[in-house]
Design a protein around this ligand. Sequence first.
Ligand code: ZN
Ligand code: ZN
Length: 187
Amino acid sequence: MRSITKLDLQYAHRFYGFKGEAQYLHGHTGILTIEVEDSVNEGVNMVFPCGEIQKTAWEVLKNFDHSLILREDDPLLPAILKVYEETGLKNGTPQNQMKGEAFKTELATAYPDSRLVVTKETMTVEGMIKIVYSLLKDKLNIVKLTFTSGVNVASAEFETKNNIDRCPLCGIAMNENGICSKCGYKH
Ligand SMILES: [Zn+2]
Ligand SMILES: [Zn+2]
């Protein structure tokens, strides 16, 4: 069976070099739907608690929220960095609290201090699905991702098998020592 959850991300981006309105800087509320598949955990009668899927995903994905997402070869990138540097935003401010853990993958690099994500490919809804899958596939048994941004929607299905050991009392993943970090249950 599947557990399905949604989260939304507010971001600005543009399609550099694209012949259409999207070549101008603009913003969206993007909605990501994550579908996780496994057997039903008999102890809690759930596949996986949706709040925990959200929490796991948000740890990395908050880097995309209230951020600017630009392709690595976009000339806006050095221009924005220059302004952020000159106005004291580049290395963070005390108000920039909602920072995720910085990451660097083949497809994207997050700079939480600047609330900036630099991508290898244009950040279309399809591009976002590739990035999200690469960031979360080792943490969750993802079978489907859907990303919606305005009229654009993309979805993709995956075969992910992580054999996640789940707590029979609260449903979350057991830690590496076989102990539930939430309720303390031990096998
Ligand atoms: Zn857009
Ligand atoms: Zn537990």
